[in-house]
Design a protein around this ligand. Structure first.
Ligand code: PLP
Length: 454
């Protein structure tokens, strides 16, 4: 059988038996899913023989690049030594001990306790329970409401999807659950009107604090937010936004949760996105980059303030997952952090490839159909527009983002489309030559999409 026939057959079986996440399976029947067969560094290979630059690090996770033997052997060695043991009921094992210690070194100083989960979604569900429990222990059980933001993505479990601010997700399954309110998004390009980004940041921060005051701070447990909204379209908030909110939360005695699932582990050129934004959260949600996506894992970083109350006043925390602190995942994470340190990847992003890529990426905004291009560290986006000065979008039916995403794949670059906004988050190991390749391909995609839109 030729490779081509083989591919079509695999696609047929896939469409017949695999219900994909975030995919319309009916559409797959005609088209077939793209089949990725191998990867090395920042490049993927598909079943049709194409080599594609992975501008999305898999799904914002393969921060140290694909095919790292160090991680593969660390996981294999660990599995030979101890394949599985749980961390419930007063038990532990060396890799989870070592990882907890390492995390206390690389996270901001207020974090010295870590609770392990299987994913980012699990981590956010865990924080929901932990934060409510904290306030119960503090004698303030009425502090049970959470503030999130429209346009945010925090995962797909019931709590995490309720934290999220997507109507398309809330429509399915009767979400959000009670007790979660959504503040406006700090998306300047879409909502900023005539305001400067700084004025707009102040305005949205004030609206957020007004929402909180309207509900009553005495009823609010915590606010959750990503330093930079990733899956919401790489919305980099104006510099004025987070400091005002963080200060407002502190004054109102509301816990602050920094969802670092995408921004954590070097993405912004700091170890964690909250350090990039200058905030001091009480919790951090971690996943993805924690193992570079090699093995599933999530974690919750718990600040000393919260941990002290849980430990000194609390009983057993009746919460955990079979795979909390799975030895193989811990081994993958230890090896990932080892690579990040020895190759100085955070510095590489902050001082070398990040600024290099940013300078080139921002020139995409010179294109007549591109409204803005943004980038911090190695996370960026550009926005298609039907009218640059009016910052106008295209009608949904024009399928601009979808078309651009297809052009991008066909031209050897994975970019994700969030509406008509194209986003990237390449592996942190990206070289300058690979950054050139990425921008050249992205520019070609803007031209092809321009021709399609005419
Ligand atoms: N939080 C953020 C900011 C995310 O981007 C994601 C996933 O993309 C999640 C949480 C959920 O993580 P997971 O898919 O591991 O459940």
């Amino acid at each position: 059988m030729s490779i081509l026939n083989n591919t079509r057959e695999l696609q047929r079986i896939d469409a017949a038996h695999h219900l994909h996440p975030f995919t319309n399976t009916r559409e797959l029947n005609g088209r077939g899913a793209r089949i990725i067969t191998s990867a090395k560094g920042v490049y993927l290979n598909d079943a049709d023989g194409n080599r594609i630059l992975d501008g999305m690090s898999g799904l914002w996770c393969v921060n140290v690049g694909h095919g790292r033997k160090e991680i593969v052997s660390a996981v294999a060695n660990q599995m030979e030594q101890l394949t599985f043991y749980n961390t419930f009921f007063n038990t532990t094992h060396p890799p989870v001990i070592e990882l907890s210690r390492l995390l206390s070194e690389v996270t901001p100083p207020q974090f010295n306790y870590f609770h392990f989960t299987g994913s980012g979604s699990d981590s956010n569900d865990t924080i929901f329970r932990m934060a409510r429990y904290y306030w119960e222990l503090e004698g303030k059980p009425e502090k049970s409401i959470f503030i999130s933001r429209r346009g945010a993505y925090h995962g797909s479990t019931v709590v995490a999807a309720s934290f999220g601010g997507f109507n398309s997700m809330h429509k399915q399954g009767g979400l959000p659950i009670d007790g979660i309110y959504h503040a406006p998004s700090p998306d300047w390009w879409s909502n900023g009107g005539d305001l400067s980004p700084e004025e707009f940041g102040r305005k949205v921060a004030a609206q957020t604090l007004a929402l909180i005051d309207g509900i009553g701070a005495h009823r609010i447990a915590a606010m959750i937010g990503e330093p930079i909204m990733g899956a919401g379209g790489v919305i980099i908030p104006p510099k004025t936004y987070w400091p005002i909110i963080a200060q407002g939360l502190k004054e109102r005695d509301i816990l602050f949760i920094s969802d670092e699932v995408i921004c954590g582990f070097g993405r912004t050129g700091q170890w964690f996105g909250c350090e990039f934004m200058g905030t001091e959260p009480d919790f951090m949600t971690m996943a993805k980059g924690i193992t570079s996506g090699y093995v599933p894992m999530g974690a919750v970083a718990v600040s000393d303030r919260v941990a002290k109350v849980l430990i000194e006043k609390g009983d057993e925390f009746t919460h955990g997952y079979t795979y909390s602190g799975h030895p193989a995942a811990c081994a993958a994470s230890i090896a990932t952090i080892g690579i990040m340190r020895s190759e100085k990847l955070v510095e590489h992003v902050r001082e070398d490839v990040g600024p290099y890529l940013k300078e080139k990426w921002l020139t995409l905004a010179d294109h007549p159909m591109v409204g803005e291009a943004v980038m911090e560290g190695l996370i960026g986006a550009f926005q298609f527009t039907s009218n640059k000065s009016a910052r106008a979008g295209f009608p949904e039916a024009a399928k601009i983002g979808f078309t651009a995403r297809e052009h991008s794949f066909q031209n050897g670059l994975v970019m994700r489309a969030v509406g008509d906004r194209m986003v990237i988050a390449p592996p942190l190991t990206l070289t300058r030559a690979e950054a050139d390749d990425l921008v050249e391909k992205a520019a070609r995609v803007t031209d092809l999409t321009y021709a399609y839109a005419k």
